[in-house]
Design a protein around this ligand. Structure first.
Ligand SMILES: CC(C)(COP(=O)(O)OP(=O)(O)OC[C@H]1O[C@@H](n2cnc3c(N)ncnc32)[C@H](O)[C@@H]1OP(=O)(O)O)[C@@H](O)C(=O)NCCC(=O)NCCS
Length: 175
């Protein structure tokens, strides 16, 4: 794949969200496609990467409570995968949640979806154990929030504590 040239990452608002439908259709099938489409239209925040005016990747994001960010979906058009776009969208989501005071970010990944789990792992996410301590107590348990995450059968919950992640240099306080 050629180097990723100049690209834009910005909010997609209102009708402009429909511009993400072609790559959404390439990325999901069946119930996931139906649910992703509905979420695209209803969710608080959609961030998108645009190359030459075309939406090539998008992330559907929501703050479940002020301290908890949630990545509902991240998807990149088939022609532009493995070029770093998904990673940049996830870095952008984490930076945004962090700047808004989030302490933890969760994401749902299909159990069978190797590339999705690899993407989240590449940014420090790990799978949440069924019985683990809650995020308020230093773990990644999402007690009380799972129903709002609308996890479907076959999906696993992944999460990362932002205090355990080193922020990019630009965000670190200078000594
Ligand atoms: C998952 C997805 C968003 C990744 O997007 P992408 O732009 O190709 O990802 P990137 O190029 O930024 O890769 C970032 C990291 O993810 C991991 N990764 C991505 N694709 C991978 C693959 N096919 N196999 C293994 N690891 C993969 C790697 O760790 C990669 O880092 P590296 O390139 O340094 O090895 C993309 O494959 C996609 O849209 N899939 C369909 C929709 C989907 O399943 N979304 C996720 C669940 S909501």
């Amino acid at each position: 794949m050629p180097e990723l040239g100049p690209y834009e990452i910005a909010d997609l608002v209102g009708d402009a969200r429909e511009r993400a439908i072609p790559i959404l259709k390439e990325s999901f099938e069946g119930i996931y496609r139906w649910h992703a489409k509905r979420t695209l239209r209803e969710i608080d925040l959609v961030r998108a990467v645009t190359l030459g005016g075309t939406v090539v990747g998008a992330a559907l994001l929501e703050r479940l409570v002020p301290e908890v960010g949630y990545v509902y979906y991240i998807f990149v058009g088939a022609a532009n995968r493995r070029r770093g776009i998904g990673g940049r969208l996830l870095d952008d989501a984490i930076a945004r949640f962090r700047s808004q005071g989030a302490r933890v970010v969760f994401a749902a990944a299909e159990e069978e979806n190797v590339r999705s789990r690899a993407l989240f792992r590449s940014r420090g996410f790990r799978e949440v154990e069924r019985k683990e301590r809650g995020w308020q107590e230093g773990g990644l348990g999402a007690w009380g929030l799972r129903t709002r995450m609308r996890l479907v059968s076959g999906e696993v919950l992944m999460g990362v504590r932002l205090d355990a992640l080193t922020p990019p240099e630009a965000e670190r306080p200078s000594s």
